[in-house]
Design a protein around this ligand. Structure first.
Ligand code: FAD
Length: 415
């Protein structure tokens, strides 16, 4: 038997990590404070998207964020706060929002997303899972020439990174989506993106892990650690104390508080987003981002999902009805035949994206503790990067050469 590993958090990052560690013969336990059936890893747009190589911290975002602070309908909302962790995060975010940082981080994100995308495919094949894994690409749909110009700038950057992208004219929109009327002037199409139905993948992965003997403690919160000679001996939960050889912090937006207990100051904020589904046949066949509204539309297994908004307002999972309404209205604005029903809007769910300031995940062992691996901060790409992260964490824990160079992701990196 390989090592005993306890993973804190059973979202996409925790489950993917458990998958690769179990495959290597480790004895794996997952602890999650929730029922493991909701949150970011269930409510996301399901994109597996090498096209998303631009981090949130990009030039102009801070200015837009300040402008949008007072606008309840804006796609990005940052709640002002004097909390020192928040202020440090904002300072680091601002520092990262430069063209040179974006260029550098785009290369890392491109490589990481492609690596992870391939692993989705190999997991599906190897385990004979039946989850949706469609390659229909991703359309950035614009309603204004101004937005189209911005998207064309990204297209140029995409080409320089060897990410396939092409401009789509207004007439070509009709060819791409023949079964629905679209209110748009054109867009950019990334042909190599895939999409999934998140809850189906999560359910299949959970069932597989259970069948392989991975233990899962749900509705149980990790509250502390017991240390021995500078390393972690055990995690303390609200129900028990659990010893392991190695530990993984895959607790998403909640990770920073737990990291403090290990002497690691992780700059992390939660970015809340919402999604809602319609069972009606919409005619939408291509995953599409409504570019001005920043809303993701995904044709999933049996329904269409509309997901969006980035609300940086601490850790809370309350549903802001105003923002949910904005998503529903935008859907009709871009697709005049779509009208989400009151019930569909009321059934909206939310999730917290764990946001590092520079848009790169935190992945590695902190200097303060050798038997803890941090795996969080995946922001808007956590779904895409799940399997890749799981594989890299398993390589780290088993002292193998990692498939990607991990120094850009180090949890102790300076901003
Ligand atoms: C609306 C929306 C759309 C998105 N769309 C996409 C997309 O299309 N593509 C993409 O790549 N990404 C997307 N994302 C981002 C992606 O969903 C997240 O980055 C990803 O789900 C994060 O996964 P995680 O496992 O780190 O965190 P989570 O899914 O939040 O899991 C963390 C788990 O840790 C548990 N936990 C926390 N603290 C403790 C504790 N103390 N003890 C025990 N358990 C604990 C929590 O209960 C939780 O289950 C989207 C996100 C949102 C909100």
């Amino acid at each position: 038997m390989q090592k005993k590993v306890t993973i804190i958090g059973g979202g996409i990052i925790g489950l993917s990590t458990a998958y690769f560690l179990q495959k290597e013969g480790c004895e794996v336990t997952i602890i999650d404070r929730s029922n493991m059936d909701s949150g970011a890893s269930y409510t996301n747009a399901g994109y597996i998207c090498p096209s998303h190589f631009i981090p949130l911290a990009a030039p102009g975002v801070v200015r837009s964020g300040l402008r949008w602070m007072l606008d309840a309908s804006s796609p990005l909302y940052i709640k002002p706060s004097l909390n020192s962790d928040f202020l440090k995060w904002v300072w680091a975010f601002n520092k990262s929002a430069t063209s040179s940082h974006v260029q550098k981080n785009a290369i890392h994100l491109r490589d990481f997303t492609v690596f992870s995308q391939e692993l989705f495919q190999s997991i599906k094949k190897e385990e004979q899972f039946s989850f949706q894994y469609d390659k229909k690409g991703l359309l950035m749909l614009c309603q204004t020439e101004r937005q189209l110009e911005k998207e064309l700038e990204i297209l140029t950057l995409a080409k320089s990174l060897n990410v396939h992208a092409k401009e789509i004219s207004k007439d070509e929109l009709k060819i791409l989506e023949p079964s629905i009327e679209i209110n748009g002037v054109g867009g950019v199409y990334f042909k190599n993106d895939h999409h999934t139905t998140p809850s189906v993948f999560m359910q299949q992965l959970k069932a597989h892990l259970k069948s392989k003997g991975v233990r899962m403690f749900t509705n149980e919160t990790v509250v502390d650690f017991k240390m021995k000679q500078g390393n972690i001996d055990s995690v303390v939960t609200d129900k028990q104390t659990l010893h392991s050889d190695e530990f993984v912090m895959a607790s998403g937006s909640w990770s920073a508080d737990l990291c403090k207990k290990l002497g690691l100051k992780l700059l992390l904020q939660a970015g809340k987003g919402y999604s809602m589904n319609t069972q009606l046949s919409t005619g939408i066949s291509i995953p599409t981002i409504l570019a001005e509204a920043k809303i993701a539309v995904t044709p999933m297994d049996g329904f269409t999902r509309f997901a969006g908004t980035m609300e940086i307002a601490g850790i809370n999972q309350t549903i802001n009805r105003k923002r949910v309404e904005v998503i529903a209205k935008a859907a009709t604005h871009y697709y005049p035949s779509i009208q989400l029903s009151v019930q569909e809007i009321e059934a909206a769910t939310c999730g917290l994206r764990p946001l590092s300031p520079d848009g790169l995940p935190y992945l590695g062992k902190p200097q303060s503790c050798e038997n803890m691996t941090i795996a969080t901060g995946h922001a808007m790409l956590g779904w895409t990067l799940g399997p890749g992260t799981g594989k890299l964490v398993s390589e780290l824990i088993l002292n193998k050469k990692t498939s990607l160079e991990l120094s850009p992701y180090h949890p102790n990196r300076r901003f």
